[in-house]
Design a protein around this ligand. Structure first.
Ligand code: ZN
Length: 362
């Protein structure tokens, strides 16, 4: 935990450390040299965490929280809850990460000069190998340059999108930035193939996928812009009561009406308790407890939606909470509908089809 933000380390990261240690030993280096290799990687990842904290703490200044920071062998990811409202704020958040590495690089450069290492390196650039400060400096410079490539999912891609968003509409800006990103990916792939560099090919793949995902998720959100839940919710649905046995849910599921069910209290007019999700129902059945009550399996943490709430807000909340469905509750506290990720997806497809001016095939 740093500044209230959980920092997670992916299991494969530990494997990377073991692999680095092993490969140093395999090259016939001493135990001390091998440990130095591991310490260097740890120092690099400390720099990556500081980079991600640069994003997270800048986002915090604009009121955007960070869910967590995850360290993967290929780098770090700070998962922001949303993108800042104004393009200028997005630029600031994106730039803050590489800016941290610039500061670290300057500090390392200063330390090198003070220790006289810089003069020795100027004499023979090859001496960078094995010089801890110099290696870390070089890696920080690489992190700055790499992250400023104007392609998603790198920070430079976000800067480019924000700059484009000052002139174009947000979805259009994202599409242009994503196309530029994929162009870079193809360029990397080409250079990687010609120079037989597998790392470059890997980066190209990573950038290509990242650019496509970003464009798709923005398009998804824009399909719901300004659309209230009431327009997309399912109105014809079955509910379950907390005291119902799971067998009742199975009956309804087999009738084929729906996959997830709003669960209401036992007396008429009681507020909804939550949703019974198909996956949870199947898990309970697999443990052979057909006689359990619905309220023992119901998910209570998904919350509810309101008919006048905006669909993009609700669908984002559902995705973040991994809730496939939420009941829609009127101001009087009555369940009047249900929103599922599936029907939201269908709604988005129809919106997209209408936007292209084509009618969905009959
Ligand atoms: Zn970054």
């Amino acid at each position: 935990m740093v500044s209230g933000i959980p920092v997670r380390i992916h299991a494969t990261f530990v494997l990377l450390l073991v692999w680095i240690f092993g490969s140093h030993l395999a090259r016939g280096q001493s135990l001390v040299q091998s440990l130095e290799g591991v310490v260097l990687i740890l120092a690099v990842f400390l720099c990556v965490v500081l980079h991600e904290l640069g994003h997270a703490l800048t986002a915090k200044r604009y009121g955007v929280r960070t869910r967590d920071i995850t360290l993967l062998p290929i780098g770090g990811i700070a998962r922001l809850e949303r993108i800042p409202e104004r393009p200028s704020e997005e630029v600031a958040v994106a730039i803050a990460g590489p800016a941290v590495n610039v500061v670290i690089a300057i500090a390392l450069g200063g330390a090198l000069i003070l220790t006289g290492g810089m003069a020795r390196l100027a004499g023979s650039p090859a001496a960078i190998q094995g010089n801890f400060l110099a290696e870390l400096l070089a890696i920080n410079i690489f992190l700055v340059v790499f992250n400023l490539i104007p392609a998603f999912p790198m920070d430079g891609g976000r800067v480019l999108r924000a700059l484009l968003a000052m002139r174009f509409e947000y979805v259009r800006a994202t599409q242009i930035a994503a196309s530029v990103g994929q162009g870079f990916a193809l360029l990397f792939a080409l250079v990687g193939l010609v120079t037989m560099n597998p790392i470059l090919l890997f980066i190209a793949f990573f950038v290509f996928i990242g650019a496509g995902q970003e464009a798709a998720s923005v398009q998804w959100r824009s399909a719901f812009d300004g659309i209230p839940v009431a327009r997309a919710m399912i109105r014809d649905f079955r509910t379950l009561r907390g005291a119902d046995p799971l067998s009742r849910a199975v009956e309804l599921l087999l009738e084929g009406h729906q996959q997830d069910f709003p669960v209401v209290g036992d007396r008429p007019g009681d507020p909804p308790i939550g949703v019974l999700v198909r996956a949870d129902l199947l898990t309970a059945l697999a443990s052979g407890r057909m006689d359990r009550r619905v309220d023992e399996v119901v998910r209570r943490d998904c919350g509810v939606a309101h008919p006048r709430e905006m669909l993009d807000v609700v669908s984002q909340r559902m995705q973040e909470g991994r809730c496939p469905a939420v009941p829609v509750v009127s101001e009087e506290g009555v369940v009047v509908g249900m929103v599922t990720l599936e029907n939201v997806g269908e709604f988005a497809m129809i919106q997209a089809a209408l936007a292209r001016g084509t009618r969905p095939a009959a």
